[in-house]
Design a protein around this ligand. Structure first.
Ligand code: NAG
Ligand code: NAG
Length: 209
């Protein structure tokens, strides 16, 4: 309970701080985070995870993420009740992220209804973006694998196979990033998103690298 209050206080402080702070420096990052976050909330809700349980899981995820995305992630945890309300009103993650102004029209819509595939593409896009951020804070490949393995353990059940698969592919992801491929392209190459940046209709079992 004390821990929860502490987290709530931090979150409240972050919310008031962001009221005056400029919007985050990287729209694509912010949108990838929001889409992953809201898609995860949607999946947690489908398995009847309570808001309190989600808060605990998502806070842990936030603290494992690259430094640059942590404030935005914690701010989204603080907005969880509002996000849940939008999802329960049948808004898609893409629509929710637009409403909270973390995505704009340049981002490909995630089709409705929320599916395993939507989760996979959101996860990949966010994963590539996170690897980029870890690299720019000079994390080693091993550190990145350790942190993201932990994130996968906390992710909704439905996302875990693709999350674990993504982590296994981190050496390849790092090479793509070093070759300056955008996240969308990397996820297409990994067949985790289709050519429009939308979910790729393919079972993970059929993927071979
Ligand atoms: C979630 O709760 C609903 C309503 O109580 C129930 O019908 C459904 O089976 C539950 N789903 C899971 C995955 O536990
Ligand atoms: C990462 O390493 C580079 C090269 O050693 C250095 O210039 C840069 O300041 C480092 N960045 C961080 C965030 O530590």
């Amino acid at each position: 309970m004390i821990k929860f209050l502490f987290v709530a206080l931090i979150a409240a402080a972050l919310v008031s701080a962001t009221e005056v702070a400029p919007q985050p420096r990287n729209d694509a990052s912010t949108c990838a985070l929001c889409t992953f976050f809201v898609t995860s909330v949607e999946s947690y809700l489908q398995t009847n995870t309570t808001v309190l349980q989600m808060e605990a899981l998502l806070n842990k995820i936030c603290f494992a993420l690259p430094d640059a995305v942590q404030p935005q992630c914690l701010m989204m945890v603080a907005q969880l009740p509002e996000l849940v309300k939008y999802i329960e009103s049948q808004y898609t993650p893409a629509a929710v992220c637009k409403m909270v102004k973390l995505c704009d029209d340049n981002n490909a819509p995630v089709p409705k209804p929320a599916s395993n595939d939507a989760q996979t593409c959101a996860l990949c896009t966010f994963g590539v973006d996170s690897v980029e951020q870890y690299l720019s804070q000079n994390s080693t490949q091993q550190e990145i694998v350790t942190r993201l393995t932990y994130v996968c353990q906390l992710a909704p059940q439905v996302a875990r196979p693709s999350c674990d698969y993504f982590v296994q592919q981190i050496p390849a992801v790092v090479k793509y990033i070093e070759a300056e491929y955008p996240a969308k392209k990397v996820c297409q190459l990994m067949r985790l998103c289709d050519a429009n940046g939308r979910p790729f209709k393919l079972s993970l079992a059929s993927l071979k690298f």
